[in-house]
Design a protein around this ligand. Structure first.
Ligand code: ZN
Length: 146
């Protein structure tokens, strides 16, 4: 499960809407609790893809800088987000080809004529012979202990 608080969700969605019709992308910063990955910050990245309307590439330097900055602290890069302008919120064939980090959660925002149509999270299933995504649940806040 991934916890995406309202503030982070709004920041991510606003970035995707603002960059429509190109794909937006960015990093999800957070911590790994026993029960869930908790997103604490969203860091938009320039889309470095040569075809930004149909694919995305996170800026390599941004990724390195953020990783370095967080090293030794309680949070880390726990996932990526990107948008699918006029698409759905499931990983595309290109996304499957490019996914190689099994620890990262992928949040995908589907846009329909510039407005949010769906938002979903996926993770790589390490059990699969070839990389395969499986959907994971999104909550707005951590489950409070009973
Ligand atoms: Zn995609």
């Amino acid at each position: 499960m991934i916890v995406l608080p309202a503030r982070e969700r709004e920041a991510l969605v606003a970035d995707c809407v603002a960059r429509y019709p190109e794909e937006a992308c960015g990093l999800l910063i957070g911590r790994r609790d026993p029960a869930a990955i908790v997103v604490t910050q969203v860091v938009p990245s320039p889309n470095r893809s040569p075809a930004p309307r149909t694919s995305f590439e996170i800026d390599t330097k941004l990724r390195l800088d953020v990783t370095r900055e967080l090293r030794g602290g309680p949070t880390a890069v726990v996932g990526l987000y990107h948008s699918h302008p006029e698409g759905d919120a499931t990983p595309s064939a290109t996304d499957r080809d490019r996914a190689w980090e099994p620890d990262l959660v992928w949040v995908i925002v589907a846009l329909d004529r510039g407005r949010v149509a769906a938002l979903a999270a996926h993770a790589l299933d390490p059990a699969g012979a070839s990389p395969a995504f499986r959907p994971i649940a999104i909550a707005a806040q951590p489950r409070t202990p009973a």
